[in-house]
Design a protein around this ligand. Structure first.
Ligand SMILES: *Cc1c(COP(=O)(O)O)cnc(C)c1O
Length: 219
């Protein structure tokens, strides 16, 4: 995608280090097929039921990530539907995902969702709790934590959003310096339609874009 390549260029990054995830919530299967034809192969869904319905109609070998809050009673199904759970937001969820993965003799990959602004309305682990969180999930061998994900507060001004992306990047660096033996936080999932070029400039390895690809969502 040209915009991603240009943003990577501005910050001296290799555009190959940024993957485009198409966020498909409330978008229909025809539009997803068109995106596949246009070369998109990574998709994100917010709800297990919706993902299940769509995936049954899309046999293509594309990759699906869970990007919405995952209820614990949907963990088993999520394991079957998604390659990565980007929205790991509690120890309880981590434990149940681990338990299900162990039962199925597999490993589930996940990113920790970080709630940088401490917004009550959003899920995610607070910056102050994340070291403790990683100490806990490190003991779960069937859960592989590979990165951080965030949804910053909405701001009209992109420069205000940039500071959140910087914080996530800095947090990633700090956590990597702590050298958790079983955790390699190499992924940074950040940036949506309104702000993804800024996220790329600040180090995103995955941008999650919905509206800019599919047009407005049906509510
Ligand atoms: C809907 C959604 C997106 C995409 O949002 P757009 O503004 O349409 O690009 C990205 N990430 C998450 C977690 C979402 O729920």
């Amino acid at each position: 995608m040209k915009t991603i390549d240009e943003a990577a260029g501005r910050s001296g990054r290799d555009p190959g280090g940024v993957r485009l995830l198409a966020a498909t919530k409330s978008q229909d299967v025809a539009k997803i097929r068109a995106a596949i034809d246009a070369g998109v192969h990574l998709f994100g869904e917010n709800y297990v039921q919706e993902a299940k319905a769509k995936q049954s109609k899309i046999p293509d070998p594309v990759e699906w990530h869970m990007i919405g809050h995952l209820q614990r009673n949907k963990a088993r199904e999520a394991l079957r539907l998604f390659t990565v759970i980007e929205s790991l937001d509690s120890i309880a969820l981590a434990r149940i995902l681990h338990q299900e993965a162990e039962r199925q003799e597999q490993t589930i990959r996940a990113f920790v969702e970080v709630n940088l602004a401490g917004e009550e309305t959003k899920s995610g682990i607070g910056e102050n709790e994340i070291v403790h969180f990683l100490e806990e999930v490190e003991r779960l061998p069937h859960l592989r934590v590979e990165g951080l994900m965030t949804i910053p507060p909405y701001r009209e001004k992109l420069e205000e959003i940039r500071s959140y992306f910087r914080r996530l990047r800095r947090l990633q660096e700090e956590l990597r310096e702590l050298e958790f033996p079983n955790i390699d936080l190499h992924e940074l999932s950040m940036g949506m339609t309104h702000d993804y070029p800024v996220a790329v400039e600040e180090g995103a390895t995955i941008v999650r874009v919905g509206t800019a690809i599919f047009g407005p969502r049906k509510e």
